[in-house]
Write a protein that binds this ligand. Structure first.
Ligand code: SAM
Length: 377
């Protein structure tokens, strides 16, 4: 496998930010679509991407794309793929399916036909009649869109939002990938103070600290492709080593994270400790109404409670409180993600910019209030 077709999937709304990450990693000729970015690469790139991408959801290899309006076409084209190069004799392969605006609309039938074609081909090449599937996982997907079938192999396994540090979470946690995107989209830089007054499990401050110290998001977890039989085991070893070498252990940070719930603070502290970030983030229990911040060009990035997810009665009132806090710190910038469409009304000011993002399936907006540029000291 020299050149491979790579597909990086993202949450809707994050494509441009993931593209920015890919460009920063040195990738070129990127084709951006809704929810995915495609480009050419090699197997080492699979390790690089899984370990380093902060805002992407999965890294897939596109094995084939073809027109399929009948099950026979789907079977034959799937059969043509050289499966023995992809799945070992004991490989635990599973086929997932999707179909949108296509003649082959029954997802379970598409999955069944695709799996049958793979098994028939592997039976020929491996000369066995029964697949125990007792080995490593190979997640495949057949997805039909307007009669074009695409067969992909998922190299990530669990979604990339699972970093491995959030062993526990408090109510309504934000996805780690989105939290990272919020930080990247803000004008915060690691020399400025950062505060999240509704920190819950600590996802936003933890992602910010990881970005500031250049800690690769994939260092604490495993990826399915680490065990793929065609993957050179040195790729992950070498790329992990390179990630460790890039960590800026010395970077001093001023990150404050608070929440009204002591349970949330204890979970957030534990999560930060798992990454060795306990000295970089100051966690404390506090009602947003009592927060007192120095007027020093800091940045608030936060995810206030909203009704849909945790049934909070006083969610609008808490946004009013956030607005009040903002008016006491005129040099600060405030960034808030919420599904509450009346946010600006409660907050008491129109934002400078609003950006639509999806937190899972929930449509949210990212409200951005830019403070003045810090004065040079
Ligand atoms: C949407 S959650 C934040 C989730 C967080 N971003 C995470 O990833 O876990 C909102 C948080 O606001 C907290 N909260 C509710 N009322 C509060 C108040 N009056 N002051 C401070 N925090 C409050 C809740 O305890 C909850 O953890």
């Amino acid at each position: 496998m020299n050149k491979i077709d790579i597909v990086v999937t993202t949450n809707f709304g994050l494509e441009a930010i993931t593209k920015r990450e890919l460009l920063a990693l040195g990738y070129e000729d990127l084709r951006v679509f809704d929810g995915k970015i495609e480009f050419k690469g090699c197997l080492r790139d699979i390790a690089i991407l899984n370990l380093n991408l902060r805002t992407a959801e999965r890294v897939l290899i596109n094995l084939a794309s073809f027109k399929a309006t009948t099950f026979e076409e789907l079977f034959n084209k799937t059969f043509e793929i050289d499966w023995k190069e992809l799945i070992p004799v004991d490989g635990n392969f599973i086929v997932q399916g999707r179909s949108v605006k296509s003649k082959l609309f029954s997802i379970s039938d598409c999955q069944r036909i695709t799996e049958k074609a793979i098994i028939t081909k592997l039976q020929e090449t491996h000369k066995i009649s029964w697949f125990e599937k007792s080995g490593d996982r190979y997640r495949l997907e057949v997805s039909l869109f307007k009669d074009i079938a695409t067969i992909t192999l998922d190299t990530s396994g669990d979604g990339l939002h699972k970093r491995g540090y959030r062993e526990a979470s408090y109510k309504a946690p934000i996805a780690e990938t989105i939290a990272a995107a919020l930080v990247i989209l803000s004008y915060w830089n690691p020399d400025r103070m950062l505060c999240d007054p509704f920190c819950g499990s600590g996802t936003i401050p933890i992602e910010a600290a990881m970005i500031a110290k250049n800690i690769a998001p994939g260092l604490m977890r495993k990826f399915d492709s680490e065990n793929f039989f065609f993957m050179d085991e040195n790729f992950y070893k070498e790329e992990k080593k390179a990630c460790y070498e890039r960590i800026d252990y010395e970077k001093k940070l001023e990150i404050y994270a608070s929440d009204i719930s002591s349970a949330a603070i204890s979970i957030a502290k534990n999560n930060a400790e798992l990454l060795g970030l306990e000295d970089d983030i100051t966690f404390f229990e506090k009602d947003v109404r009592e927060i007192d911040l120095p007027d020093e060009y800091g940045v608030i990035i936060t995810n206030p409670p909203y009704g849909i997810r945790i049934g909070v009665e006083d969610a609008p009132e808490l946004i009013r409180e956030l607005g009040k806090l903002y008016r006491t710190i005129p040099t600060w910038s405030v960034y808030a993600i919420t599904a509450d469409e009346d946010f600006e009304k409660q907050f008491g000011k129109k934002c400078d910019r609003k950006r639509k993002l999806y937190n899972g399936r929930i449509k949210t907006d990212y409200y951005q209030y830019y403070g003045p540029k810090p004065e040079k000291k």
